[in-house]
Design a binder for this molecule. Structure first.
Ligand SMILES: [Zn+2]
Length: 288
């Protein structure tokens, strides 16, 4: 009988605890949703929880959707970018910064895949390709500062070697990508558009972490500038995203000009492997 009482008491405490927790979580979400405007503080909290900086539970993740109104503030976007290049950049411990969240799967190369409010992270990197899209409301509004600074440094170093290169296209919003894609389809046809232009929501340019490089002639492929870029970009934290001979993996024809910022540590290990990003992590790039 004594034992029964003890079990009963433990059950009761558990039920009360669960109830309080559920109410607490709901209240937090209600607070976030109540006035249709997510306060900066709430947004940051949701973000912190989302990426596992706070002890997260799937209940909170499922109930609090920061993208509920389709808009993500520029500040939040920058925070996502900061996080997206901030994890796992310098250690090989396997820590990817998302220990508090549940992965949605494992890649063919055994990396955990996290989908946090519509953003896909693998090895701490924000992924955007034909398989993994970005939320429509994600609009950082420009290149991520760290990426821009790294490109400026790269550009100066190239100039010192007599190779002058320039930023041709950096950040592109969801809307501008939509018009580019539509234009390509209209002028060049569907197949060409699919091979060269991302559908809106699938462009790396929307992340603010991708840059198209050009030279003074405008003919970049096969130029000495392209050769310099491919040889040195990893030293500045960039990888060549769509290399020659990898279109079946990347989903795009080769682009000698398109580089993606992933931070130095990631760039050096990916580049040293001789693999493109999709091969390196064992992921696909194909529209569903
Ligand atoms: Zn590009």
């Amino acid at each position: 009988m004594k034992r029964f009482k003890k079990v009963f008491l433990v059950c009761l405490i558990s039920i009360v605890f669960c109830f309080c927790f559920a109410v607490g979580s709901a209240a937090m979400c209600a607070d976030a949703d109540g006035d249709k405007v997510l306060s900066a503080g709430d947004a940051r909290l949701v973000l912190r929880i989302s990426v596992g900086l706070e002890k997260a539970t799937s209940a909170i993740l499922q109930n609090c959707d920061m993208d509920y109104d389709g808009k993500i503030t520029a500040g939040d976007a920058r925070e996502i970018l900061r996080l997206s290049v901030g994890f796992g950049r310098s250690d090989d411990s396997g820590a990817d910064g998302f220990e508090g969240a549940a992965p949605i799967g494992i890649t063919d190369k055994y990396y955990k895949i996290y989908n946090i409010n519509g953003f896909t992270f693998i090895d701490g990197l924000l992924i955007a390709n034909k398989t993994y899209s970005l939320p429509q409301g994600f609009a950082p509004g420009g290149l991520y500062e760290e990426c821009e600074t790294a490109f400026n440094t790269l550009q100066s170093a190239a100039a010192k070697d007599g190779q002058y290169m320039y930023l041709n296209s950096g950040y592109r919003s969801y809307a501008s990508q939509a018009s580019i894609y539509t234009e390509y389809v209209y002028y060049y046809g569907y197949d060409y558009a699919e091979a060269y232009a991302a559908r809106p929501g699938h462009s790396e340019h929307q992340t603010g972490l991708a840059i198209d490089v050009t030279n003074s002639s405008g003919y970049f492929t096969g130029s000495t500038q392209a050769a310099w870029l491919h040889e040195h970009c990893a030293d500045y934290g960039f990888i060549l995203r769509y290399p020659e001979g990898k279109s079946d993996k990347t989903g795009y024809n080769a682009e000698a000009w398109h580089i993606r910022y992933v931070g130095k540590a990631h760039a050096q290990k990916i580049s040293a492997s001789g693999l493109c990003l999709e091969e390196y992590y064992g992921i696909t790039s194909a529209y569903a």
